[in-house]
Design a binder for this molecule. Structure first.
Ligand SMILES: Cc1ncc(COP(=O)(O)O)c(C=O)c1O
Length: 431
């Protein structure tokens, strides 16, 4: 164990680190380097933060550096500043018509907390609906909606009024049905039970949904499910909040992941890649929802000028290169998926391959027939890849997410996939 890790363990409360001992030192483009100078291909985007490349890109870094020498913090909820206005104007160009009013914060959880409060304020209703396997953050409000792993919630309640419903996780249908014959029974369940027995539909302020569940296992729902959820919101008067913190910002090839389903939300939350590597959260509401009373919600660091300078450079980069970014994300996603599909044919432990663009999950099972989660095999694959210079992150119980920077070169992508396939082959043989 390195000296850094030993000292770290005595100083910090444990977080989620358990998979491998990576001590980050520097990075650029497709690669991250550890404290010994060892190079790793990044297939994690450092949890979907480096969509535009490891350590952002030169435009993002230069914008942040310039701003540090001008003014770092401007107390943006008390005073005014030009950069956040420019940022919001630029981001509006990437959002559906009718948006938006923005609230700027520092993280995904804070963006979701704001969305919870605004939904209550706009509707004067109390309840929230969220889905099993969802991850919306770890502060009290967002944690109430998170339902991915028991350890994330244990002993932390009570939470606000959140009711959970089954998500359309078709590979492991919670209702034990088969898509498409099921007729999207999980959406019916919401109407019949969640929004009539747990509480009446009239009491729900909002339904929170990740268009693609991230931490819960990279679960992609069928289009009809997402459309039904929108309809349920329309019928009940609840707002639809799309948590795009992990799945948004071009990761699927579209700026918003929800756009892949032909549905528009009432509120979007974003973070991770928005700041290009600096902390930044965004909550953006449909204009017709109106404004909030002065003093009802604010923070100290939201709109921090260094973070906003980086975010503005990043969003301008996306605007300028949108078509190219979208095409290459789709094309690389197709290339990875093709290889994974062929691995699924060859290896018993590859149970399910799913994703849109470069938002891809592979679920490992002991046998294809029994679908028992292959937790040990998943860990072996992560270890093998790490030892061979590929950085990956798990999701759900036995899924690995393949989420490289969208800008990754074909050579790094191929090399990374070779390492991944060797790892899967070894884990499959060692069962
Ligand atoms: C979908 C989603 N929402 C919210 C969050 C919380 O974001 P943060 O860790 O920035 O608070 C995450 C973090 O992984 C996420 O994936």
């Amino acid at each position: 164990m390195s000296r850094t890790i030993r000292r770290d363990k005595g100083l910090f409360l444990t977080t989620t680190r358990e998979d491998y001992n990576f001590v980050a030192d520097h990075g650029e483009g497709d690669f991250a380097y550890d404290a010994n100078g060892r190079r790793y291909i990044d297939f994690s985007s450092f949890i979907s933060v480096y969509n535009l490349g490891v350590n952002g890109n030169a435009e993002i870094r230069n914008a942040a550096k310039r701003q540090i020498d001008r003014l770092m913090h401007a107390a943006f909820t008390d005073f005014y500043a030009e950069l956040p206005v420019q940022f919001a104007e630029e981001m509006l160009k990437l959002l559906p018509r009718g948006f938006g009013r923005f609230f700027l914060s520092n993280s995904g959880t804070e963006a979701n907390e704001a969305a919870m409060k605004f939904s209550r304020l706009f509707t004067k209703r109390q309840y929230f609906l969220a889905f099993y396997n969802a991850f919306h953050g770890r502060t009290m409000g967002s944690l109430g909606m998170t339902a991915s792993k028991a350890v994330q919630r244990e002993h932390f309640g009570p939470f606000p009024n959140v009711v959970h419903a089954p998500f359309a996780y078709c590979y492991r249908c919670p209702l034990k049905l088969k898509y498409p014959d099921c007729g999207i029974a999980c959406a019916d369940y919401i109407r019949k039970y969640t929004m009539s027995k747990d509480a009446s539909g009239r009491e729900f302020a909002a339904v929170f949904m990740e268009p693609i569940q991230g931490e819960g296992g990279y679960v992609v729902p069928p289009k009809e499910f997402v459309k039904e959820v929108r309809k349920i919101c329309d019928d009940s008067g609840a707002l639809l909040v799309a948590d795009e913190v992990q799945s948004g910002y071009m990761r699927t090839g579209k700026f918003l992941a929800l756009d892949n389903f032909g549905v528009t939300a009432d509120i979007y939350t974003m973070a991770k890649s928005v700041g290009g590597g600096l902390p930044m959260g965004v909550t953006v509401t449909r204009r017709s929802l109106g404004d909030i009373p002065s003093g009802s919600h604010a923070n100290t660091f939201g709109g921090n000028l260094v973070a906003v300078a980086a975010a503005l450079a990043a969003v301008r980069h996306v605007m300028r290169n949108r078509a190219k970014l979208s095409a290459m994300t789709r094309e690389k996603g197709r290339a990875i998926t093709k290889r994974l599909e062929s691995m699924k044919e060859s290896y018993e432990i590859v149970g399910d391959v799913r994703g849109i663009g470069l938002s891809i999950g592979v679920e490992f099972v002991k046998t294809k027939e029994g679908k028992e989660p292959a937790v040990r095999e998943k860990q072996r694959i992560l270890d093998y890849c790490f030892k061979n210079g590929l950085l990956l992150l798990p999701a759900g119980e036995s899924t690995i997410r393949l989420i490289p920077p969208l800008t990754i070169s074909h050579a790094s992508l191929e090399r990374g996939m070779d390492i991944f396939e060797d790892a899967v082959k070894a884990a499959n043989a060692g069962r």
